[in-house]
Design a protein around this ligand. Structure first.
Ligand code: GSH
Length: 273
């Protein structure tokens, strides 16, 4: 576990920052994980993609691309999760932990974010969108093959290392955690074929930021994929601020610790794999 629930968390409230997000979106969850990892609390606004709330005139002024997340810090508006994560880590109190300050270390993280943005995310969209929006009931063979190729790439990247970007979880791990955990729902990672990737996913899923900011939205996505219909939003909605999410952290963390010492059946019941 990256952060102990018993440790006193010092919260930094940034009242001038707002995030418009949907919990089921992997891009939004990456930003939420970065926020939680840095103990930053900002205003969060839930946007219902199924109702087209990201396409309202007010949202189009902020982001003509009609995507989420959208982030605003005073006059600055950013509309890409990778740019938002880099900005937050560079601007607010990160001390180089999530985004290394030395040019070499930073370039490695940038490289991973480009891979996420240019390769993983388009493959996620190609596999998920027909199910989410076109009433398709399965992931198509070409999409499965493309995702498997990406798993093979990631398996190679993890050779000789536990984390993608360094000796601990960095922004590389955060952006990959949101996309890979989501891809894993569409095309489950075969741990005999990709042992390093599957161990990494287990490792990162124990990090507190993953527990507080990724798990519920992931369940929402999973349910949406399984049902092929709009899920009951109230059931899966995350608390509206990172502070609210972390209030749940102690309970969730205790569940994970319990699950570690418990049988596979109990772990499955708790949703911990
Ligand atoms: N490169 C962008 C991708 C953002 C993106 O595609 N967001 C999706 C949600 S995962 C979206 O807003 N989709 C709008 C829709 O589904 O209509 C980022 O990383 O922020």
């Amino acid at each position: 576990m990256g952060t102990s629930a018993s440790k006193k968390i010092t919260e930094t409230g940034l009242k001038h920052c707002t995030l418009w997000k949907a919990d089921r979106s992997p891009a939004c969850r990456a930003v939420m994980m970065a926020l939680d990892s840095m103990n930053l609390s900002i205003t969060e606004v839930d946007i219902n993609i199924d109702k087209g709330e990201h396409r309202t005139p007010e949202m189009l002024v902020l982001n003509p691309l009609q995507t989420l997340p959208v982030f605003k810090d005073r006059e600055l508006v950013l509309c890409d999760s990778h740019a938002i994560c880099s900005y937050l880590a560079g601007r607010y109190c990160d001390a180089g932990r999530l985004l290394p300050k030395d040019p070499g270390g930073r370039s490695i993280v940038d490289q991973h974010m480009h891979y996420n943005s240019g390769t993983l995310y388009p493959r996620f969209r190609a596999a998920a969108y027909p199910i989410l929006y076109e009433n398709c009931h399965f992931v198509m063979p070409q999409q499965i093959a493309d995702i498997e190729c990406a798993y093979a790439d990631l398996e190679c990247m993890l050779l000789g290392r536990c984390w993608f970007g360094g000796s601990w979880a960095t922004l590389s791990d955060i952006v990959f955690a949101s996309t890979v955990s989501t891809l894993n729902i569409l095309v489950p990672i075969d741990k005999t074929k990709y042992p390093r990737l599957s161990s990494w996913l287990f490792r990162v899923s124990e990090e507190l930021f993953f527990v507080t900011a990724n798990r519920k939205g992931l369940s929402e996505f999973s349910r949406r994929i399984d049902c092929g219909c709009v899920s009951d939003e109230t059931e899966f909605k995350c608390p509206r601020s990172s502070l609210g999410r972390r209030k749940l952290a102690g309970i969730l963390q205790a569940k994970i610790l319990l699950a570690k010492d418990t049988s596979r059946d109990v772990r499955r019941t708790l949703g911990v794999h």
